[in-house]
Design a protein around this ligand. Structure first.
Ligand code: FRU
Length: 500
């Protein structure tokens, strides 16, 4: 239904602007409006500067629109974070790869735009690897970026950087995977598969709800290996985007996890990230029979996340786009629009006999944290709280500010769920009628009669996890002053977070 609405909007927009046959007229499912890249238009009703909601410790660009994280790779001591970026405005369009770097995943430095939309179309999402063996022949330790060129069709392209990820040159043989028939075919994630000694590319087929796996020895010529689908009806509601395939230790062995972003099939409505646990043999991914869909985060605002490539010690570190296509174009942020989640470290935990994907905030957060205490210094914009609650007794609490605004949370012991209420009590909600949500709910996903909650608050977000990250609720909020305290519970400890 939504895609039909979008098509109608596209036609109306084309008729109004007279640019219907412009080859770069694009639409993106989940958007409430059609954007014609290349014109740098603002979709913001007002371009007033509003720094009130600017996160203190989450990545945001100085100005302009961002969505998915892209091309994350660790190289020469630096974490590179590229992202879908509109260099010309605060609405979706002119998709390019913005760029930021960090040495600790906490302090980010925005760099010049790494890849600008070009004659092939928009530079959609993708991944990057460090070519330590000079497999592709662009030079030892070049950074290779794989992305979807979205013009007339969505095709997979390669670009390489020989200056440490600052600038990229397009491979003259592009596209490396051509496509003239599939309507959705995008978001290449490339990983190395040691056993079969080949590179694997995962690709999402959108509304077909399929993930394709392709293989390559030289990173330039690719062969299709297999297609993954699921019979989980709930997983087949939205379009599939931004896949990732990772291997994680589990019970003395290991399991593979296939991560799939799903819009608008998410658990809180709109965008969500689900995963399948199973095995990958170098050709196909086979999911274990588990109770799918399993969500990496049950909140409304953790989408399109994928992991960094080449992280030391084999850690799987992910970052997500902290927004939701249901209302992304309307969130009241200016002159920038959208932040990334806190980086999370992925692991598999056994809960009630089954593997669950845990997404705990990375330990690097300690590097920007103050001491734990019973209260926070006045004026703290970003903080973490921890508290242990009985998981078999009902309780509720509020995360609130001095202006009477709060996000309420309720632990429903009988249902073993944590429910947060993001309604008009939480702050500004009127910008989009899908934003206010009376009950965003996550399974506790823990055993025993206690749950340790960690609550990460910034000027416009609340991320709640349990101690190991098997329960996760990430939501953006827009209070008129930062939340500063948790009420309704005893024993809460706090520590301020900030750039040190
Ligand atoms: C996910 C997504 C990707 C696409 C990008 C375009 O949010 O739709 O599938 O590559 O955004 O900006």
């Amino acid at each position: 239904m939504k895609s039909i609405n979008i098509c109608i909007l596209t036609l109306i927009a084309a008729a109004l602007t007279g640019c219907g046959d412009d080859k770069f007229d694009l639409e993106i499912p989940g958007q409430t409006e059609t954007v014609t890249p290349g014109e740098g238009e603002e979709s913001t009703p007002s371009d007033e500067r509003n720094e009130l909601y600017r996160p203190a410790v989450h990545f945001t660009p100085a100005k302009n629109w961002i969505n998915d994280p892209n091309g994350m790779v660790y190289a020469d001591g630096v974490y590179h974070l590229y992202y879908q970026y509109n260099p010309q405005g605060n609405g979706w369009g002119n998709m390019s790869w913005g760029h930021a770097t960090s040495t600790d995943l906490m302090h980010w430095t925005e760099q010049p735009v790494a890849m600008l939309r070009n004659e092939w179309g928009d530079i959609f999402s993708g991944s990057a690897i460090l070519d330590t063996e000079n497999t592709a022949g662009f030079g030892k330790n070049s950074i290779l970026a794989f992305y979807t060129a979205s013009g007339d069709h969505q095709q997979q392209c390669l670009a390489y950087s020989t200056d440490g990820g600052m600038t990229f040159t397009q491979y003259e043989g592009n596209p490396v995977i051509a496509n003239t028939s599939l309507p959705d075919f995008r978001d290449p994630k490339v990983i190395w598969h040691e056993e079969s000694k080949q590179w694997i590319m995962c690709l999402a087929l959108g509304w077909s709800q399929q993930i394709e796996f392709w293989g390559s020895k030289n990173l330039k010529s690719w062969t299709k290996l297999s297609t993954f689908t699921t019979d989980s009806a709930r997983s087949n509601i939205g379009q599939w985007e931004c896949p990732d395939l990772i291997r994680l230790p589990y019970k003395g062995g290991e399991k593979w996890v296939l991560i799939v972003s799903n819009n608008p099939g998410g658990p809180a409505g709109g965008s969500g990230t689900e995963y399948f646990v199973g095995d990958f043999d170098g050709t196909s991914f086979t999911a274990m029979p588990l109770d799918y869909p399993l969500w990496l985060d049950y909140g409304s605002d953790n989408y399109a996340g994928v992991t960094w490539s080449n992280v030391p010690s084999g850690r799987s570190i992910m970052i997500g786009w902290m927004n939701n296509w249901n209302y992304a174009g309307d969130v009241p942020c200016s002159p920038w629009r959208s932040a990334m989640t806190l980086p999370r470290e992925l692991s598999l935990k056994e809960v009630d006999g089954n593997p669950l994907l845990a997404t705990a905030v990375v330990k690097e957060l300690d590097g920007i944290a103050g001491e734990w205490s019973e209260s926070l210094p006045a004026g703290t914009a970003a903080w973490e709280a921890r508290v242990t609650l009985p998981s078999n007794e009902a309780s509720s609490f509020r995360i609130e500010n001095g202006a009477g605004q709060f996000m309420e949370a309720e632990l429903n012991a009988a249902a073993r769920r944590l429910i947060v209420k993001r309604n008009s009590n939480s702050g500004e909600v009127s910008f989009n009628n899908l934003f206010s949500q009376p009950g965003i709910s996550a399974p506790l996903n823990c055993e025993g009669d206690k749950i340790e909650l960690h609550i990460y608050v910034d000027r416009s977000s609340v991320e709640i996890t349990n101690a190991d990250g098997t329960m996760c609720l990430t939501n953006v909020v827009y209070p008129k002053e930062p939340y500063s305290v948790i009420t309704g519970l005893s024993g809460v400890e706090y520590r301020p977070l900030g750039n040190k």
